[in-house]
Design a protein around this ligand. Structure first.
Ligand code: NAP
Length: 446
């Protein structure tokens, strides 16, 4: 890998990358099929990603005509790597074998290892024969929408493709590795003013928050809207609050510590609720919700902004969903993309229909949304929310931090990048955007 790194460091021309001989195998963080039952019978909270994630050599597969091989400089931890590593809600080897049955190229993914990771920044090393827009040597970030663009179902909105998948979660050869295989349509330009690790943390969460709040496909926010954001300093929430502030809205952030409140205040989020301090008990027992606690949250929001919120940015799921439906204003929208605390959701439907509220679902982002969200990062209008950086060999520990909610924002992982701070090619833009804004989460995480 050293010769690859040398070319990247030297900013070598495309031909030199194209002439590189690629290795037959490379280091990747994997879960192993033989271990998929290792946590059987245990509570989710006790399942430890550090036991399931391994750094090992895997063979570099044959490249399909519409794909690229990337030298991964940095990647990030997403919650889907936590799900994969605790084999919940199901083992991801089922996804890989289904993909394996689809085609000759799909078969490559069906292995007894699953190389994980759904974010990456890096450099294109090889392109397949059908790739026209990208060439070896291009500096890129990767979004995770893996879809067959020849399938008519994906033409209007690529998230509606019948075989839409999340790269590195529902496919193999993900980004937590020295190399990765991606479809050329997943490539986007790397933000020039950011380091490799700052560039690597954005694509998945930033694009998801963009679709949830900015795109017409979920809950397009208008200037003046108030938005309740659960987990407002987490991976999704850290981008959501920026979109709300940029778009002339009023975020009401919910977090779980005074440090997170301070971080959000620093970002310009005036209204923040510490849910631990407030000690909401939305569920009085495992089966029963307490409407008076929903009311208490609603009252807390009104005491801060003088009215109800137009949009609720939902992802915790079972624990909060009843409250989210209740506190949205008449005619308001609950936009949801996940259910971290449980998928089987209960809410009081009377509060939904009598007040004409809507629940809209959202999942990652289509090509255009991912590109638009990346463009905002490239322009310095949305900041990376990198809070900590781990070496590839410590990916298990990094995923453990996310599983246990010990982190803020996003955790970056150095893959081929030998140290932090490399890869910045536009210092002028960085200065213009402001070091303080770019590194706000890193300073808090340090
Ligand atoms: P994250 O970085 O862990 O942040 C989530 C935050 O939510 C936590 O930091 C926590 O913040 C808050 N939270 C967790 N459990 C909660 C509960 N029971 N009640 C209230 N708040 C709770 O994760 P993320 O990257 O934002 O992802 C969040 C969820 O979205 C995950 O399930 C992930 O798989 C999913 N996701 C889906 C998509 C998609 O495309 N569909 C994309 C990205 C992520 P506090 O403790 O500070 O309140």
């Amino acid at each position: 890998m050293q010769n690859i790194l040398d070319l990247i460091t030297a900013g070598a021309p495309s031909e030199e990358f194209a002439n590189l001989e690629l290795p037959e195998s490379y280091r990747a963080v994997v879960v192993r099929k033989e271990e998929q039952d290792m946590f059987a019978g245990m509570e989710s909270a006790d399942k430890d990603p550090r036991q399931a994630l391994h750094l090992q050599e895997i063979p570099l597969p044959e490249l399909a005509p519409d794909e690229a091989v990337i030298a991964v400089m940095a990647s990030s931890i997403n919650f889907n790597t936590v799900w994969t590593s605790i084999f919940e809600p199901l083992s991801t080897f089922g996804f890989l074998s289904r993909l394996g049955r689809e085609s000759y190229w799909g078969k490559r993914h069906d292995q007894d290892f699953h190389a994980v990771g759904s974010d990456a920044s890096g450099v294109v090393l090889r392109v397949g024969s059908a790739v026209r827009k990208w060439k070896p040597g291009d500096r890129v970030v990767v979004h995770c929408n893996h879809v067959d663009d020849q399938d008519q179902s994906s033409h209007n909105d690529s998230m509606l493709g019948d075989n839409q998948r999340i790269w590195g979660f529902e496919t193999n050869y993900g980004g937590l590795a020295d190399l990765s295989i991606v479809k050329a349509n997943q490539l986007m330009p790397k933000p020039e003013h950011l380091s490799w690790e700052e560039s690597s943390v954005n694509a998945l969460c930033n694009s998801t928050s963009y679709r949830m709040l900015v795109s017409k496909n979920a809950a397009p926010m208008k200037q003046g809207d108030a938005v309740l954001v659960w987990g407002a300093s987490g991976g999704l929430g850290g981008y959501a609050v920026q979109y709300i502030l940029n778009g002339g809205g009023t975020p009401v952030g919910v977090v779980s510590s005074p440090e997170k409140v301070a971080l959000l205040n620093d970002l310009g989020v005036e209204h923040v609720i510490d849910r631990k301090e407030a000690n909401y008990r939305f569920w009085s027992d495992e089966h029963t919700q307490d409407e008076s606690e929903w009311r208490r949250l609603g009252k807390d929001i009104r005491s801060m902004i003088g009215r109800d919120v137009d949009i609720v940015f939902e992802h915790p799921g079972r624990q909060t969903f009843g409250a989210s439906v209740f506190v949205a204003a008449r005619g308001g929208t609950i936009t949801t993309c996940a259910a971290t605390s449980g998928f089987m959701i209960e809410y009081d439907n009377r509060h939904l229909w009598m007040k004409l509220k809507s629940i809209v679902s959202s999942h990652f982002a289509n090509y255009a949304e991912a590109w638009a969200a990346n463009d905002l990062i490239c322009q310095g209008k949305i900041q990376p929310i990198l809070s900590a950086v781990y070496p590839l060999a410590e990916t298990g520990e990094a995923a453990y931090q996310v599983h246990k909610n010990l982190h803020e924002g996003k955790i970056g992982v150095l893959c081929l990048a030998p140290e932090e701070g490399l890869g910045i090619t536009n210092r002028e833009l960085r200065e213009k955007v402001g070091e303080d804004r770019i590194t706000a989460f890193r300073r808090h995480g340090a």
